[in-house]
Each structure stands twice: as structure tokens, then as C-alpha cells.
Design a protein around this ligand. Structure first.
Ligand code: PAD
Ligand code: ZN
Length: 376
């Protein structure tokens, strides 16, 4: 391509400091170095995790930073030694890499990778430099993939080639939100047919949990949210009951126990609050119940909890991007989407130009959107 090997000037939504709105700027994006890929992002959705970044909840994210991690695009150029993708390929950048060599990548039961941001900071490339500059200042990457930039650079093991027929403005959701929730149900919890599930939080992640529970054959899916406007979509996607904790004076776990007898078989937290994590844990049955934590609480949070909650056998698990080994699984998820095995389009409530990125965050904070897709 004509731009190969050159610095590209393009638009990006930059977060200059925590707690401030994003600012759409012209940035310079350096060419990819060895084993790196430069991608032209076509579409990117807004996930609550990006809002956590803007609020400064992750101490290992350095400002200024270009957030965004639910994107899809086309490879513009590749650095030396890249073999798995080539210019022109449609790709999804991976918010959880798969290096293929670490102890977890080699473990078939794990989808974690030691190249993840939980292990080492992904605000700079592997050589500890950034490919982004704006107004003469270095701008940091987020999770290596920074999909709020029209062109972005990432290591080869943080990108997956997908089917050329995939609509990028739709499959961008398969970069994070949908696989997280859907996989939390089918991979992490391994929901069994005929079981009862409770899903706390009905955003893009929680509604994808509802879809996963339904696909796994759960017979009762109780959707829990303090925003009743989320209930219609939850029912459309498979929820059998919808419960608003604000309608009760007693704790929601007691309400769910009364509704189900012994508590649910599987509970999921897709909010990211300490109190709802404990409520979700206490909602699954005391013996064989499984609670999966998908919501991200601010790092450094401490939760006091009664260990007797676990003594009788309950399981408490976390999930990162729904347990999928990302480089292997994202292309298969895209194929599943194209084969209409699931309809993640139902999560898209708004499509906006990148210039309206702050409006997208306002809609999310006001509880008016599920997923807003931003277009470059
Ligand atoms: P979202 O903000 O769209 O949805 C959260 C939902 O929770 C909203 O519908 C709220 O109304 C609801 N809610 C808020 N407070 C309460 C409460 N006290 N009781 C009941 N419901 C409540 O977010 P999202 O779906 O994009 O993300 C959800 C969480 O998952 C968030 O913490 C995000 O950071 C995390 C996440 N985790 C992973 C992972 O790999 N584990 C991936 C992606 C996102
Ligand atoms: Zn996300």
C-alpha cells in the first residue's frame, strides 16, 4: 500500500487525563516494527471497560492514552517477520493476546496469556516505545490495540484474521463484549440444559450472558438490573424473569432464593460492583452453585466476605473474555456469526461517527445504550 513504511496522519479519540471527555485529534501513527501489524480500524464499539479507563480506574493505564478495544478493521501494513496476516486482510484486534508460547497459552484449559495487561503494561509496544504521537507528545496505547484510532499498531499475536465476508460494523462486538458474556455462560460456567441462571447487569456483557445461557439450554434465566428499561431486550434474548432490586426491601439474593427454592445453579455478575459481586455469589445454591464474575471492579478493591459462603461447595470463578483463546476463537466466532448461530447485532443500539464518541459514552452512562458502534 502507498502508506506502507510511512507515518500516517489520521483521527483518534485521545484521553488526555482521567475524568475528562475524549478529544478527537489528528495523531501520527508510526509504521509497524518487526512482528507488528498496522490496522485501519473501520468500526469500534464502546464497552464499559473503556469508561473505566476514562475514569482512571486502572492504575497501569498511563495518560494520554487512546482507548478502545472492541474494533474491527483491515490490515494496512505489516512489520518484518509477520506471517499470519497480510495487507488487505479483515481482522479483529485482540484485547487479550495469545502469544502461543507462555504456560497458559500451552495449557488447553486456559485462555489467559502472560502477555495480558494483568501481567505487564500494554501502554507501550514490546520495545517500550509508542507508535502514537499527538501535538508532539507521545500518546499511550491501551491493551496494545487502541481501537479509537483510525490506524493502530499491535503485536502480531494480538490480532486475528477473520472471514472476508464479515461486516466490520457488526463483528467488532466479537472483539470483547459478546464473547465475554456468551463465553462466561458456555465456557466458564458450562451451563447445563434445564438449569436455572441469574444474570446481574444487562449491558452488552450481561445480555450476552443471557444469550449464552439460552444457547446452553437453561430453562430459567432471571435477569437482574436496576434499570427496568433493559428488561424488554433481556426478554427478547431469552430471559424468562426480570427482577429490579429496587422493587424490594430485602436483599436480592433472598428474593432469588424465594423464587427458586434453593438458589440458582449459575449466577453471573456483569456490573463490576463489590456489593453485586457478593449478592451474585450468595444467589447461587450453597452446594453446587457456580458464580462467575465478569464485571471489573476498580483495581485494588477489597471485598470482605463470609467464607462460609464457599464452605459447602459453591464455586466462585472469574472470566476474562469469556474463556476463549482469542486468536484461535475469534475467527470461529465470526464464522458462527455469519452462519447465524447467534445474533450479536441485537446488542447494537446506536451507530455514530467517531466525532460523536463522547455522545456514545453519555448514552452508556445514562443507561440508554447497550452497544454504540463508532465509525471512522
Ligand atoms: P454496562 O454499563 O453496559 O452494563 C452494566 C449494567 O449493570 C447496566 O445495565 C446497569 O444498569 C446495571 N447495574 C448497575 N448497577 C447495578 C446494580 N447495583 N444492580 C443491578 N444492575 C446494576 O457494561 P458492560 O455490559 O459493557 O460491562 C459490564 C462489566 O463487565 C463492566 O464492569 C466491564 O468492565 C466488564 C467487562 N469484563 C470483561 C471481562 O473480560 N471479564 C470484558 C468486558 C467487560
Ligand atoms: Zn470490553
Amino acid at each position: 500500500m502507498a502508506t506502507s513504511g510511512k507515518v500516517i496522519r489520521c483521527r483518534a479519540a485521545v484521553a488526555w487525563a482521567p475524568g475528562k471527555p475524549l478529544s478527537v485529534e489528528e495523531v501520527e501513527v508510526a509504521p509497524p516494527k518487526a512482528r507488528e501489524v498496522r490496522v485501519k480500524i473501520v468500526a469500534t464499539a464502546i464497552c464499559r471497560t473503556d469508561d473505566h479507563v476514562l475514569q482512571g480506574h486502572f492504575p497501569n493505564v498511563e495518560f494520554p492514552v487512546i482507548p478502545g478495544h472492541e474494533g474491527a478493521g483491515i490490515v494496512e501494513s505489516t512489520g518484518e517477520g509477520v506471517t499470519s496476516v497480510k495487507p488487505g486482510d479483515k481482522v479483529i484486534p485482540l484485547c487479550l493476546p495469545q502469544c502461543g508460547e507462555c504456560c497458559f497459552c500451552l495449557n488447553p484449559d486456559s485462555n489467559y496469556c502472560t502477555k495480558s495487561h494483568f501481567y505487564e503494561s500494554q501502554t507501550l509496544m514490546l520495545d517500550k516505545t509508542s507508535r502514537f504521537t499527538c501535538k508532539g507528545k507521545q500518546v499511550h496505547h491501551f491493551l496494545w490495540i487502541s481501537t479509537f484510532a483510525e490506524y493502530t499498531v499491535m503485536p502480531e499475536y494480538a490480532v486475528a484474521k477473520i472471514d472476508a465476508a464479515a461486516p466490520l460494523d457488526k463483528v467488532c462486538l466479537l472483539g470483547c463484549g459478546f464473547p465475554t458474556g456468551y463465553g462466561a455462560a458456555i465456557n466458564t460456567a458450562k451451563v447445563k440444559p434445564g438449569s436455572t441462571c441469574a444474570v446481574f447487569g444487562l449491558g452488552g456483557v450481561g445480555l450476552s450472558v443471557v444469550m449464552g445461557c439460552k444457547a446452553a439450554g437453561a430453562s430459567r434465566i432471571i435477569a437482574v438490573d436496576i434499570n427496568k428499561d433493559k428488561f424488554a431486550k433481556a426478554k427478547e434474548l431469552g430471559a424468562t424473569d426480570c427482577v429490579n432490586p429496587k422493587d424490594f426491601t430485602k436483599p436480592i439474593q433472598e428474593v432469588l432464593a424465594e423464587m427458586t427454592g434453593c438458589g440458582v445453579d449459575y449466577s453471573f455478575e456483569a456490573i463490576g460492583h463489590k456489593d453485586t459481586l457478593i449478592a451474585a455469589l450468595a444467589s447461587c445454591n450453597i452446594s453446587t452453585g457456580v458464580c462467575v464474575m465478569a464485571g471489573e471492579v476498580a483495581s485494588g478493591s477489597v471485598i470482605p466476605f463470609d467464607p462460609l459462603l464457599l464452605l459447602c461447595g459453591r464455586t466462585w470463578r472469574g472470566t476474562v473474555v469469556g474463556g476463549w483463546k482469542m486468536r484461535d476463537s475469534v475467527p470461529k466466532l465470526v464464522s458462527g456469526y455469519l452462519e447465524k448461530k447467534f445474533n450479536s447485532d441485537l446488542l447494537i443500539t446506536h451507530t455514530l461517527p467517531i466525532a460523536e464518541v463522547n455522545k456514545g459514552f453519555e448514552l452508556l452512562r445514562a443507561g440508554k445504550s447497550i452497544r454504540s458502534v463508532l465509525l471512522f
